[in-house]
Design a protein around this ligand. Structure first.
Ligand code: GMT
Length: 377
């Protein structure tokens, strides 16, 4: 029987919001009723579903408050929705504030709704080492009925940093295979972007935070373009953009780098890309790598966090040490020049997504967690 499931996430661009929204969509397709409790309509919720509802958390700025009370407004909205919609499950993405708000909302509603918390990385790797927030994260984790994390690496890091008295299980991320798949149909974009037929296309997608080390991407690209005609697509925007632009100029690469800003239809860009670089120093999973691989674009990633759980070194891509520009460049050049190696890694990348990260398996794992909790009563 279909469940009533509440989902809270940050609805703006970001891997956690993407995964939470795609999960809600696929659960709805399987007959569950989904209630998004978020501050804005999740950006990936791009079509009408008769069984997906959106409950907006409105945060008012009163002059008496120094800070807008988002957490309290969210907990209060959660209590309303738990009560009115008779939620069976409230699945929150991020321990703080979302798990803590869910616990408060459940108490306000005097309900037995089961709280599932999914950890995505930033809440643990950044906030977990901020001692002012450690107790709140630990509380959010321990008081949830079930806790999942998006990679084994994140499970281990959470145990190390937070030491929670709670089992945390890995449920990997997934993509919508109907959207992310190999395609030849976007080749016209090459011409439109001024990319020559003989040029290799390297792509990087991120929010340009310092942890993404986008300057390493540019330094590696400089070595690639020394060896072959190539263009670099930089997709996304964020705090490091100015530094990145300065480096591109200093290296004389202006004509070879295309700044595309934030984009929604990434599958179209992967359709014209040959290689993806994800060179972060912290990354709990690397959803963007999975998206690229599903489209048949092999990736080179760093040995940070959960990246090696997605990119298998020498099989579907390469893993190199964080910041090791020389070995990353050598791997990229060999991949782009060895046709046989390239074809084999491209095939393996597609197969990895289909076998280890298939959406139906991953959504099934979440449903299994929900069923287990509901049977515990
Ligand atoms: O990477 C970011 O800065 C965004 C962040 C988020 O909260 O959306 O991404 C995290 O969650 C994604 C989905 O689970 C993961 O694929 C990313 O690896 C993870 N980012 C980090 O751990 C830095």
């Amino acid at each position: 029987m279909g469940l009533n499931i509440g989902i809270t996430c940050y609805p703006t661009v970001g891997g956690s919001g993407v995964v939470a929204t795609e999960l809600g969509k696929l659960l709805a397709e399987k007959g569950h009723t989904i209630h998004f409790i978020t501050s804005a309509v999740p950006f990936r919720l791009n079509r009408m579903y008769h069984n997906i509802f959106f409950h907006q958390v409105e945060v008012n700025q009163y002059s008496v408050f120094q800070y807008p009370p988002y957490d309290i407004a969210l907990a209060s909205k959660m209590a309303d929705v738990i009560d009115r919609e008779k939620l069976d499950i409230l699945h929150v993405h991020y321990a703080i504030p979302h798990a803590v708000c869910a616990i408060l909302g459940k108490q306000m509603a005097k309900s037995n709704v089961k709280i599932v918390t999914t950890l995505h990385g930033t809440d643990i790797t950044v906030l977990g080492s901020d001692s002012a927030l450690t107790s709140a994260i630990k509380f959010g984790i321990e008081q949830s009925d079930a806790v999942t994390a998006v990679s084994d690496s994140l499970v281990n890091q959470t145990i190390e940093l937070i030491e929670p008295d709670k089992k945390i299980e890995t449920v990997y991320n997934f993509i919508d295979e109907r959207v992310y798949r190999p395609t030849e149909s976007t080749q016209h974009l090459k011409k439109e972007f001024g990319i020559e037929e003989n040029e290799k296309v390297v792509i990087h997608v991120s929010n340009f935070r310092p942890v993404k080390r986008v300057t390493d991407v540019v330094n590696v690209f400089a070595r690639i373009v020394n060896e072959m005609p190539a263009k670099l697509l930089l997709v996304g925007d964020g705090p490091e953009m100015t530094v990145v632009c300065r480096l591109v100029e200093a290296l004389g690469l202006e004509g070879s780098v295309l700044y595309l800003g934030k984009q929604n239809n990434l599958a179209e860009l992967y359709g014209i890309s040959d290689l993806k670089l994800l060179l972060s120093e912290k990354e709990s999973f690397g959803l963007v790598a999975l998206e690229a691989m599903a489209c048949g674009v092999p990736c080179i990633g760093t040995d940070a966090g959960g990246i090696p759980e997605v990119i298998e070194d020498g099989k579907n891509g390469f893993i190199c040490p964080v910041g090791d520009i020389e070995s990353i460049s050598a791997a990229a050049i060999s991949l782009l020049t060895d046709r046989q190696l390239y074809e084999s890694m491209r095939k393996q990348a597609i197969e990895t997504v289909q076998t280890r990260f298939h959406s139906s398996d991953i959504v099934g794992q979440y449903e299994h967690v929900y069923d287990r909790l509901l049977k515990e009563d």
